[in-house]
Design a protein around this ligand. Structure first.
Ligand code: PMT
Length: 329
């Protein structure tokens, strides 16, 4: 059997790894969605959100996961919708989603919002359910916006689980979205696995224990941003995220990414400060992807003064401004 390289080019990856069964159907729904948005002359943003998995077996029992609850992506999607964008929300199955994120089962369980109203004694009426008064205003506001987005048809939701699903879907959606040229934004907040097990190296059945320690050699996932910028998207406004735990690496790694992939902007965030501080890192000459002069600007919020504030509101506001300038260039 031919041995496979341990660092795949994007091309080799797509030639050797099979597409997920749902990709064709997803592409069709993206096409229909884009047609509708073009008729209404809306800008469209693709938001990726949540972590990808790397299955260890074909009949998967075990997998490696990437850290991400999906908060950044789901919250940002809401602010993009508010700013008049149509949103393709491509997220990890069961990670947070716009609107329902406010009632996540762990932080704000839905059942705790409800109360049972018993009928008066002797009545044959059934008990009814209502929302507890202290939660009504907030729920009504979220529900109204959710329903109006549904009615306007401005959000399309797609999902992925494994890094393979993600890569195939990202390529397909980016290629479709590229018809919008500069009017499209790509907001890549998903936390993508750096290593994976090619199908050829995976065990068919559950890996059995009892033989001592487990050694797995993984291959490197191709850096998908490069072909995405150079081939799949035409002049789109591409924003990637950089997550680091070591502060010293944050800005240099973001600059490295811009240099390597030639995209528009990196939003750099440190793991423990990501909810109140991020840096925008970009080239001083926006349109020149070979320029190597970089600038950075920080977006910060004061959660002590304003605990309800979400940093994504300011991130999106700044991006909308920059995207407008980009379109007008
Ligand atoms: O969801 P939350 O809990 O709110 O957390 C949000 C977040 C911290 C996950 C998010 O803000 C974030 O930083 N996301 C990117 C994390 C990440 O995976 O960084 P990375 O260095 O592996 O990737 C950098 C960029 O390259 C990403 O935009 C990714 O989409 C892209 N990438 C990564 C790997 C790969 N093979 N190809 C890629 O294109």
């Amino acid at each position: 059997m031919e041995t496979l390289p341990t660092t795949f080019s994007a091309e080799a990856y797509f030639e050797t790894q099979p597409p997920p069964p749902t990709v064709e159907q997803d592409v069709q729904s993206v096409r229909n969605f884009l047609r509708q948005q073009q008729e209404n002359r809306r800008k469209v943003v693709l938001v990726t959100s949540g972590g990808t998995t790397v299955p260890l077996e074909l009949n998967v029992v075990r997998f490696l996961d990437n850290f991400s609850a999906g908060t950044r992506g789901a919250t940002s999607a809401e602010y993009f919708l508010k700013a008049g964008y149509a949103v393709i929300f491509m997220h990890r199955q069961f990670s947070l989603q716009p609107f329902s994120r406010h009632y996540s089962h762990s932080t704000n369980p839905f059942l705790d919002l409800l109360e049972i109203n018993e009928p008066p004694e002797g009545s044959t009426a059934a008990p009814s359910i209502s929302v507890i008064p202290s939660k009504r205003d907030h729920l009504l506001e979220v529900l109204k916006t959710y329903k109006s987005v549904q009615k306007a048809g401005t959000m399309l939701t797609l999902n992925f689980v494994s890094v393979n699903d993600y890569l195939w879907l990202l390529r397909a959606v980016s290629q479709e979205l590229s018809v919008l040229g500069k009017e499209a934004m790509y907001y890549l907040a998903a936390a993508v696995s750096d290593f994976f097990l090619p199908r050829e190296k995976m065990s068919i059945h559950k890996i059995q224990s009892g033989k001592g320690s487990l050694h797995i050699e993984m291959d490197e996932v191709p850096k998908i941003l490069k072909p995405m910028v150079a081939e799949w998207t035409r002049k789109g406004f591409v924003v990637s995220f950089k997550l680091e735990t070591d502060d010293k690496l944050l800005i240099p790694k973001a600059q490295d990414a811009l240099e390597k992939y030639g995209h528009t902007l990196v939003i750099a965030n440190a793991l423990h400060r990501r909810k109140f501080e991020v840096a925008f890192v970009y080239r001083t000459h926006y349109t020149d992807s070979s320029a190597s002069q970089f600038a950075e600007s920080w977006v910060r919020i004061d959660l002590e003064k304003n605990p309800e504030k979400e940093i994504e509101e300011d991130i999106v506001e700044e991006l909308v401004k920059r995207h407008k300038q980009w379109v007008e260039l």
